[in-house]
Design a protein around this ligand. Structure first.
Ligand code: PMP
Length: 314
């Protein structure tokens, strides 16, 4: 998948051409993974007039929480980060669905793998992004032999750069064996999540997802789905999930900023449910789409509109 970067980035306090947003090879975060990042989408509204930044404040709140876990101190609060994201959207004259990648990192060139006394910096760049997977018949996933990292080793509820070695290993294993994605179990053998997404299953009409103590990243899409399900009257339970429940579930889907709601049709080469995609998954997908495209005013607090670039008529 080739990535289309938008022309400007915010880098270490300034708006610069994306090509100029560069760091030294000796950067602490590059050497030791001591950075935290986010991933937020901006959706072009149904009438094309605005880009709606989805749950912007929640994304920046989580970024600052992740930063706190590894002692990164930024001179910005949630609202400052929001202002930077909105200004960058305007400068980039965005006119499509976009993805924002904020990055707070240990920018010092220190040698020791520690956390205090090292300079911190912040950068933000944008890419064009439509669907993450192209899998009209659903994803085929495997239960990974790689265990999801444990919060006693690396903070799992934060988006810490170094921890994505864990995701990369699981995703790589799945691809190597001909699957689309991986589901990871936690250190107790309970279901945790995907390599870059949270997981929901449906059993007997009840929507289930793992608790935040199952070594998951505390996903914002997961929280969105929990709220949408409650508002739609879909029964929901947050509890531990066993591996074999994946084999007997009626429906299964990943959720995340990148993957949005991505139905799974096979786990370990076993078909999921009797019909694909299931009705609860489809209902949630439709509802989610209506929310992000600004068609449901009751969820407008989740959207931060920025005027979209107007195409100049020839
Ligand atoms: N888990 C992991 C490991 C992820 O990388 C992501 C993507 N950010 C998610 C879950 C989903 O989180 P969110 O809905 O906030 O994007």
């Amino acid at each position: 998948m080739s990535v289309q970067f938008l022309p400007y980035a915010f880098f270490e306090g300034e708006y610069v051409p994306f090509e100029d947003a560069r760091v030294s090879v000796a950067t602490h975060a590059l050497q030791y993974g001591t950075g935290v990042f986010g991933g937020m989408r901006g959706y072009l509204s149904a009438d094309g007039s605005v880009i709606n930044l989805f749950r912007m404040h929640d994304h920046f709140r989580r970024l600052l929480q992740s930063a706190r876990m590894i002692r990164i101190n930024l001179p910005y609060g949630i609202d400052d980060l929001g202002d930077i994201a909105m200004e960058l959207t305007r400068r980039n004259a965005a006119d499509s669905n976009v993805y924002f990648r904020p990055y707070a990192y240990k920018s010092g060139l220190n040698l020791a793998p520690t956390l205090s006394g090292i300079a911190d910096q912040f950068a933000l760049y944008m890419v064009r992004l439509e669907d993450y997977y192209s899998a009209p018949n659903g994803l085929s996933v495997m239960v990974s032999t790689w265990q999801r990292l444990n919060d006693t080793a690396i903070p799992s509820r934060g988006k810490v750069s170094g921890s994505y070695i864990n995701s990369s290993l699981a995703n790589d294993e799945a691809k190597t064996y001909g699957f689309d994605e991986a589901i990871m179990l936690d250190s107790r053998g309970k279901v945790s999540e995907g390599s870059a997404s949270n997981l929901f299953i449906v059993r007997d009409g009840v929507l289930l997802t793992t608790p935040v103590t199952a070594s998951i990243l505390e996903g914002i899409t997961r929280r969105t789905i929990i709220k949408l399900a409650a508002d739609l009257g879909i029964p929901l339970e947050i509890r531990e999930i066993d591996r074999t429940e994946l084999y007997i579930a009626d429906e299964l889907f990943f959720c995340g900023t990148g993957v949005q709601i991505s139905p799974i049709s096979q786990v370990d080469r076993r078909e999921v449910g009797r019909s694909f995609p299931g009705s609860i998954t489809t209902t949630l997908q439709e509802r989610f789409k209506a929310v992000i495209t600004g068609q449901l005013p009751e969820y407008s607090a989740w959207l931060t509109p920025v005027p979209a670039a107007v195409a100049v008529a020839q």
